[in-house]
Structures are given as structure tokens and as C-alpha cells.
Design a protein around this ligand. Structure first.
Ligand code: ADP
Ligand code: MG
Length: 333
């Protein structure tokens, strides 16, 4: 969650005011405002094209001294995560690379290419084009994928009474970022390696997205923190959410070693790239069966409720999320 614009205007305000109105066209099934756009590209009623773009800027989304292979892995993983959040299967991507002159040598470029290749191979994605320019290190990827018609997971389908689930573990992204900023934080080398991996190659939940596409009513990936991203689901679905902090899936090491910070990381820190999804009552039994038989790694963390008139969308243990945040500063997991 180190990626927000630093101008006085908010990122979402800029998009809403200056860009959102450009999206309206008959063949744009879902335009600006979700994890990816959906396009009816061929008049083929059974499949839609899914398109998502994400940019990583040196010093903003990754430390300036990060190695080229890790930067490339992170760039592709976080982009793939938006495909996962749509329940889509990724196929192709383009790469717009802005490169400082000091990075334009074989060693850096070889590592960057290797990092990209390792993730692209794992998720069966082909690089099909892009652009290369000189300037401050900036990486923009556009992912293209497909989803079966009416299977796309959007942010707008959650309904009161639905259950809220999250895949995998929360809090590793926040801990990883903290560790990168403060190199003395983690002494144990295997835990260091685990957190470096979680930060630089967060596993895009493509398989999980495809599994839940048949049953979930809404979905988003956790790039900015559970509360921030769940708020997007709530606003776009016209609902509110109730989260139980004792149900949040947090890795044992994080709970033990950082008991006073772990809840804040899990709820507010971001960079976890897990999926938050909502499930209507009629599909609960199936989802619970998938979880108990290890078909799906997910945890129920709360429920969707009716939105009242207040602007508060996410409640944690009965408290507005921001009020809960202050309490968690002194909270042991
Ligand atoms: P995510 O965190 O899933 O990557 P963002 O918060 O970055 O999503 O973006 C929210 C929505 O706004 C997305 O639908 C994205 O495509 C759209 N968006 C962001 N920036 C722009 C822009 N400059 N022009 C048009 N659409 C944009
Ligand atoms: Mg997203």
C-alpha cells in the first residue's frame, strides 16, 4: 500500500472526474471502476476479453535498490492478481518499460527478463508487445485474459446476508514491506526469505478465482488492505460489511513475533494480493466443503449487511474500521 498518488487530489477523484465518462460504449461490458475491464470483443456471447493495467514506479512501489528479477516478478504478479480478482484466465501481456541509463546493461536486463519469464511461464502468459523508453524506472504491464460470459467476478454483486471470505493469509505483505524498510527487523533467515517472497512474488490467486467464479457474488484483490478493498465492494454493491478480527487468517510467525502490529497489517497494510469474495447463502455449503477438502484455501471472516445512512462501510468487531484501528495499535493477536 505504498502506491497512492501524492497530489492533493485523490487517485479515485481524478479517475472519477477526468476519465470515467470516456468508458461508455455498447461493447464495454464493464468499464472503469473494477479490477479489470470486460469487453465483448467478437460478438461471441460465451467469452469476454478481460483487460487490466498496473504501473510500478521505482522508489514508490519497490525500493530503488531492489534487484531486477524481483522487480519484474512483482510487476507481473500484482497484474495477474487483478485477473484473479475477475475470475479470469490470463493469456497475454504487454510491457512498457521506462529505463534509466544506468540500468541499461546486460546484467540488469538479463535478470529483469529472467524474473519476468519465471512468472510468465508459471501462469502460461505470453509477452506480445510493449514499449521501451529512457527515464526514471517505471514498469507498466497490461494483462489480457478471458472469462466465460456471466462468470466474471465484479465488485458490485454482494448482497446482505452473504458471507465474506478471504484466500490465504493476511498481514504478510505489511510485514514484508516493514522488513524491507527496516532491514534489522527479521533476524531469522528462513522467515526473511518467506517475507521477501511474499512481498516480491505474491501468489496471484488465479486458480482460486476460477474456482469461486461459479459461486461468488463479488470479489476484489487485496492491494491496499482488507478494509480499503472491502470498502470498494461495499460501495459498489450498496452494502456494508461486518468483520470479526479473531477470524482473520494471519501466519503464526507474524502473530507470535509481531503481536502488537499483526492486526493492523492484516486489516490496513495491503500488498497481500489475496482475494476477498462474498458468497450467497445458497452456495455456502459447497464453499465450506471445498475448504474442508483443501480444494480452496479460504477463511470466512465476516458477513455482508444492509448499508445504513452513515458513511461507514466496514465494521470490525462492531466498531467502525477507523475507530477499531486506534484500538488495534495496542492489541495482541
Ligand atoms: P486496482 O487496485 O485493482 O489495480 P485501481 O484502484 O488502480 O484498481 O483502479 C481502479 C479503476 O480505475 C480500475 O478500473 C482502473 O482500470 C481505472 N483507472 C485507473 N487509472 C485510470 C486512468 N488513468 N484512466 C482510466 N481508468 C483508470
Ligand atoms: Mg485489484
Amino acid at each position: 500500500m505504498i502506491n497512492k498518488v501524492s497530489t492533493k487530489k485523490s487517485e479515485f477523484g481524478i479517475i472519477e472526474t477526468y476519465f470515467k465518462h470516456l468508458t461508455a460504449q455498447k461493447d464495454v461490458l464493464l468499464g472503469i471502476g473494477d479490477d479489470a475491464a470486460l469487453v465483448d470483443f467478437s460478438g461471441d456471447a460465451s467469452t469476454h476479453l478481460v483487460v487490466a493495467t498496473d504501473t510500478l514506479v521505482s522508489g514508490v512501489h519497490f525500493p530503488e535498490q531492489a534487484s531486477a528479477d524481483l522487480i519484474a516478478q512483482r510487476a507481473l504478479c500484482v497484474n495477474l492478481s487483478d485477473m484473479a480478482a475477475m475470475g479470469a484466465e490470463p493469456h497475454w501481456f504487454t510491457l512498457a518499460l521506462t529505463l534509466p541509463k544506468e540500468n541499461a546493461h546486460d546484467d540488469w536486463l538479463f535478470k529483469f527478463s529472467q524474473g519476468l519469464c519465471s512468472v510468465a511461464d508459471r501462469y502460461n502468459c505470453a509477452l506480445i508487445g510493449g514499449d521501451t523508453t529512457a527515464g526514471p524506472l517505471t514498469i507498466t504491464l497490461t494483462l489480457l485474459g478471458e472469462v466465460s460470459a456471466h462468470r466474471a467476478l465484479t465488485r458490485g454483486g454482494a448482497r446482505p446476508g452473504d458471507s465474506i471470505y478471504v484466500t490465504g493469509m493476511l498481514g504478510d505483505g505489511g510485514a514484508g514491506l516493514e522488513m524491507i524498510r527496516n532491514s534489522d527487523m527479521v533476524k531469522d533467515s528462513s522467515e526473511r526469505a518467506r517475507l521477501v517472497k511474499r512481498f516480491y512474488s505474491p501468489e496471484p490467486r488465479i486458480a482460486e478465482g476460477l474456482t469461486i467464479a461459479a459461486v461468488a457474488s463479488a470479489c476484489i484483490d487485496v492491494s491496499d488492505g482488507l478494509v480499503a478493498d472491502l470498502t470498494h465492494i461495499c460501495v459498489q454493491s450498496g452494502v456494508s460489511a461486518r468483520i470479526h478480527s479473531d477470524k482473520l487468517p494471519i501466519h503464526n510467525r507474524i502473530k507470535t513475533d509481531y503481536s502488537s502490529q499483526c492486526l493492523n497489517w492484516a486489516l490496513f497494510a495491503g500488498d497481500d494480493y489475496q482475494l476477498i469474495f462474498t458468497v450467497p447463502q445458497c452456495h455456502l455449503e459447497l464453499v465450506e466443503r471445498w475448504i474442508s477438502t483443501n480444494v480452496l484455501e479460504a477463511t470466512k471472516v465476516g458477513t455482508v449487511a444492509v448499508a445504513d445512512n452513515s458513511s461507514v462501510r466496514v465494521m470490525i468487531d462492531g466498531m467502525p474500521a477507523m475507530a477499531a484501528k486506534k484500538g488495534f495499535d495496542h492489541f495482541d493477536c
